[in-house]
Design a protein around this ligand. Structure first.
Ligand code: 0X9
Ligand code: ZN
Ligand code: ZN
Length: 305
């Protein structure tokens, strides 16, 4: 059965998506933005009070990388917290009254399923192409942002394979199409990964500073301080290229260059003791502290609409 404090399978997440959206019709709707390579539906949840006009929105995805299980756990947690605190928490109420939050609970569903059934350390998609027996591309090297120029591999067998062309991965194309279609309303793009306890922003495909570097840094530092206030967990903030490593083709850089100013990549707990194998006992504290950072960014975006 589905649990917010366990790592759920795709089947459990899928039935959770169905039940949570039917039991909260006033605050959630769902939309399939396309299917994965293996044919699984990519269901996007839209949280927000119903409105007759298009509200400004935040887009958040989890599970770009299959083995980063804490990430989908966070998206599920966020949806639960949003629904259960709307009407009682002033900030969440105001946020969902004024804005919509799009949540993609699992981006790379085929890969996520594969980590449950075959190989716990799988990272990439599960697409196949004739001419190689190697499977998948790194979805976070497959966006059209300095594609495959830096920190990515053109070898299909590499874990950081950039794919055969930008958006060659159908999951990437589906998300990019949705964001392009809705770019007039999307004010922030948040993407959740693990691990390293970092809050990254553009650029990663270049050492150049983003045009909004100081504001992005200021907001990241505020969000990190909010996160730390709960259990003392320390995060480092900065541009991807110098804070983690240079790597082109990432979703954060792509969204930013499209015009989504507040574009952030979270690298959740821990710093390497457990790494991708973060124990289930850390799901609740990790999600609770991350909520504070996400809510900090959301409040800032809302205040600066
Ligand atoms: O390498 C990545 O894609 C991310 N780290 S992870 O360990 N989760 O794989 C960092 C992404 C930072 N942003 C870009 N490279 N655009
Ligand atoms: Zn990742
Ligand atoms: Zn809570």
């Amino acid at each position: 059965a589905h649990s917010y404090t366990k790592y759920n399978t795709w089947a459990q997440i899928q039935s959770w998506i169905a039940s949570i959206s039917t039991s909260n019709k006033d605050l959630i709707s769902k939309e399939v933005i396309g299917n994965t390579y293996e044919g699984r539906p990519m269901t996007l949840l839209k949280l927000g009070r119903k409105s007759s006009f298009a509200k400004p929105a935040i887009f958040m995805d989890c599970g770009i990388h299959a083995r980063e299980w804490i990430s989908p756990a966070f998206c599920q947690w966020f949806v639960k917290e949003a629904l259960s605190t709307f009407g009682s928490n002033a900030q969440m109420t105001s946020l969902l009254n004024q804005m919509d939050v799009y949540v993609l609970p699992v981006f790379n569903i085929d890969g996520y399923e594969y980590t449950h059934t075959n190989n716990r350390m799988w990272r990439k998609t599960r697409s196949r192409k004739s001419g190689t027996s190697c499977v998948g591309a790194d979805p976070n090297r497959n966006f059209d942002a300095g594609w495959c120029t830096l920190g990515a591999s053109s070898n299909p067998c590499s874990d950081t394979f950039c794919g055969y062309s930008p958006e060659s991965e159908i999951e990437v194309k589906n998300v990019a199409n949705f964001i392009r279609r809705n770019k007039a309303v999307i004010k922030a793009y948040l993407t959740v990964h693990s691990y390293s306890q970092l809050l990254l922003f553009p650029y990663s495909y270049s050492y150049n500073l983003a045009a909004h570097h100081s504001e992005l840094l200021k907001v990241a530092e505020g969000a990190s301080a909010a996160l730390r206030s709960l259990y003392g967990t320390r995060y480092t903030s900065g541009p991807g290229a110098t804070t983690i490593y240079p790597a082109a083709g990432g979703s954060d850089d792509w969204a930013y260059d499209l015009g989504v100013k507040y574009s952030y990549t979270f690298e959740l707990r821990d710093t390497g003791r457990y790494g991708f194998l973060l124990p289930e006992s850390q799901i609740k504290p990790t999600c609770e502290e991350t909520m504070l950072a996400v809510k900090y960014i959301a409040a800032y975006v809302q205040k600066n609409l």
